[in-house]
Design a protein around this ligand. Structure first.
Ligand code: C5P
Length: 274
């Protein structure tokens, strides 16, 4: 039975477009998977079960792995049980998409084990019911995401880059950060031209969620300043935070207050997983 990596993501830019009547926000963001990965072990059995190396992760029906199993069973009407063991490495409440990645990895495992009659596009469409970021993780690792994040346009892999992900011990709740957004204060930019610039190697790194995230957790402002003073060229919040990614030749802090991960961009081949 397969053991699969479940990668984290960062947002190279993230622009908020508008607030929607369903409470979500339309956004435009360039997502990239990185080689900071959880590992999931899958076994087909009679009954679903989920265990995790990190006791702070809920393993009840609220976990997106169990939601993914349930979704696959509902949509395919297949009768199966899946035992999953999750080795957790990706920090939580970090804006790194760990839970969404776990859900996508579970859907890929079920697609390989039981879904020979299905098309991946179909599973990608279903997967947005679990969360806005889940479809991205079923792309090949670089994608321009719009709508509430679930409309994915695949982008060819960007040049391989080494970077640091820095996560303070405090986390952030995504809905809380979105609630603090002041849409009237957002900069007017053209995300499509920035995407084209990224493909040419000249894009701008920005994240409209930094302002509300810094308001919710003021120490983030100091941490960003500290990281810039350590020689990093670009320091940007990933998603709704609380982690930053840092590009350039800086020296990461050696402090018990933060965890630092040296990572690189990864992409998957069409028929393979990460
Ligand atoms: O889709 P997901 O369940 O991951 O979203 C979590 C929360 O983040 C939503 O309930 C919403 O408050 C916020 N969100 C948003 N706009 C998005 C994505 C998420 O407002 N595009």
């Amino acid at each position: 039975m397969p053991t699969l990596n479940s990668p984290a993501k960062i947002n190279l830019f993230l622009q908020i477009i508008s607030r929607r009547v369903d409470g979500y926000h339309n956004l435009a963001s360039l997502f990239q998977t990185i080689n900071l990965c959880d590992r999931l072990h899958f076994t087909l059995t009679e009954k679903d079960s989920l265990t995790c190396t990190d006791p702070s992760i809920p393993t009840d029906a609220s976990n997106l792995v169990l939601k993914a199993i349930d979704l696959f069973r509902r949509k395919t009407k297949l009768n199966f049980g899946l035992k999953v063991h999750l080795e957790k490495e990706i920090p939580q409440q970090a804006g790194l998409g760990g839970g969404s990645s776990n859900a996508a990895t579970t859907l890929w495992a079920l697609y390989q084990l039981l879904g020979q009659h299905l098309r991946l596009e179909q599973i990608i469409e279903w997967s947005s019911e679990i969360g806005s970021d889940v479809p991205f993780f079923l792309s090949q690792g670089t994608a321009y995401c719009t709508g509430r994040g679930e409309i994915i346009t695949p982008i060819l892999p960007l040049p391989s880059t080494s970077l640091w992900v820095v996560k303070p011990s405090q986390g952030l709740s995504t809905p809380q950060v979105y609630r603090g957004l002041d849409l009237a204060k957002l900069a007017h930019r053209d995300p499509k031209s920035n995407l084209e610039a990224f493909v040419r190697g000249e894009g701008s790194y920005y994240n409209d969620l930094e302002v509300p995230a810094f308001a919710a957790l003021p120490l983030l402002m100091d941490l960003k300043r500290n990281l810039l003073s350590r020689g990093f060229e670009t320091v940007l919040l990933s998603g709704s935070g609380s982690s930053f990614f840092c590009l350039g030749n800086g020296v990461p802090p050696d402090s018990p207050e933060v965890r630092c991960f040296q990572v690189r961009y990864i992409n998957r081949a069409p028929q393979e997983w990460y």
